[in-house]
Design a protein around this ligand. Sequence first.
Ligand code: GDP
Ligand code: MG
Length: 157
Amino acid sequence: MLGTFAVGKTSLVRRFVKGIFSDKYLTTMGAKVDKKSLAIDDVRMDLLVWDLNGEDRFQSLSMEYVRGSAGYFLVVDQTRPATLEAAHALRQKVEQTVGPLPFILIVNKIDLPGHWDRRQEDLDALRASGWICVETSAKTGTGVDEAFIALARRLVE
Ligand code: GDP
Ligand code: MG
């Protein structure tokens, strides 16, 4: 899970793995790993999901985890445009550090009314360039399974 602070990385993992949501904001210390099994076209997979600390000053540490991963999520918060810029910077860092890896863009907090200007245009342009973008709410659960399945699919392609 890559993305700047408070975009919902920890909440998305909790929703996906445990099916729960909490409004409490807990800064994740270091890294936490959760496992979830799923099946893609009869292929059983165990996903090990690494929830990393989103603090920017620890991003260099995150890259050490990225080095060992099969793919990643870029998570943004639809109410904060700066989180998309942060995601672009993170993706560049991943590509510089480990080269291209499968990833999915998660646009989270779609249950909230506000979103950045031209969000739809931005997503259309990213999709046109080949990105898979999934809109989610960790709060209501919308799109969360779809996002994880989309990455799992890319991993078995
Ligand atoms: P992280 O820093 O990226 O791990 O973000 P968290 O998962 O800790 O979430 C940060 C804050 O956003 C918390 O207060 C969450 O309850 C809230 N949050 C996360 N996902 C959603 C969502 O989909 N909708 C809403 N309304 N709040 C969310
Ligand atoms: Mg967290």
